[in-house]
Design a protein. Structure first.
Length: 286
């Protein structure tokens, strides 16, 4: 269907020497409350979503639809956006577990459709890179799986009551069974075949800035992950550290993060004012 769309198309693709990153500056007059970031399969553009479900694009990312463009009324705020490396599209997901597929991606169901919703807000979603399944995580650490993803337990099933909310979830590769959960203190919990490489240091876990997400790192030689913190810091576990914008945030927060689907070494961070920071091995030499 043909729709009138609005997108953030004012950006600069320039190296910012103060953060050693690739940074797009998005028109602040059109930004609402940004909450999610996804990257195109080719790695040449980004999709950004706000809590009302409006989608904005940078680079060569195509606008494929939003809640507003399809006249969809969602009863809960949108929490984030995710994409898969094999298809041009994205999923939006809400705090109630609603999932909306756009572009070439399939839908495997939503949390309200399962009847398993426990009234605790959904905070994160993870997908297999081949788009064969996805899972949702709520603040209590409950995990809900769809498609080819097998449910292998959750934090509350282990008898653990989190003192701080769960904030991020990471899947293993397609064909493996398991996932990893991080809470706002940076504590890591693993289930199934996913490896444990460490948690944030105790002296860092109790500061004001919460851990917001965990990103996988995979290479032929090692497997690890990176924990992203709202103040712009990043902790690497069995994964290389290429930089983070903590020294340049000046009161701003990182609200979302994602890996690079083309250069598996790289990672993107999104600030609450629409800046996108990119780091990879080349960041070390800028």
């Amino acid at each position: 269907m043909n729709v009138e769309v609005s997108k953030l198309d004012t950006y600069s693709n320039e190296i910012d020497p103060t953060v050693d990153s690739l940074r797009w500056n998005i028109d602040q007059n059109t930004v609402k409350t940004l909450c999610g970031l996804a990257v195109t399969p080719e790695g040449d553009g980004c999709w950004i979503v706000d809590r009302e479900g409006e989608v904005y694009t940078t680079g060569n990312a195509s606008f494929l639809g939003s809640l507003k463009s399809h006249d969809i009324a969602c009863g809960a705020p949108i929490v984030g956006i995710v994409s898969a490396s094999i298809a041009n599209g994205y999923w939006l997901y809400s705090a109630a577990g609603d999932i909306y597929a756009f572009g070439d991606l399939p839908s495997y169901g939503t949390l309200p459709e399962t009847g398993l919703s426990v009234g605790i807000p959904v905070v994160a979603m993870a997908v297999y890179s081949d788009a064969s399944g996805y899972c949702l995580l709520n603040q209590a650490g409950d995990v809900f799986t769809f498609g080819d993803i097998k449910n292998v337990g959750c934090i509350r099933e282990e008898g653990i009551i989190l003192p701080d909310p769960a904030t991020g979830i990471m899947l293993g590769d397609p064909g493996t069974v398991g996932y990893l959960i991080v809470d706002s203190r940076g504590e890591v919990y693993t289930f199934g075949d996913v490896w444990f490489r460490g948690s944030m240091p105790a002296e860092e876990a109790y500061r004001d800035a919460p851990a917001i997400d965990v990103l996988p790192f995979r290479s032929t030689a090692q497997e690890g992950y990176r924990i992203v913190v709202a103040d712009g810091s990043l902790y690497s576990f069995n994964a290389p550290f290429y930089g983070a914008p903590i020294n340049t945030m000046l009161g701003r927060d990182i609200v979302a993060a994602t890996g690079d689907p083309v250069n598996m070494d790289g990672y993107y961070l999104l600030s609450d004012v629409g800046e996108i920071f990119y780091y990879d091995i080349n960041s070390l030499y800028r």
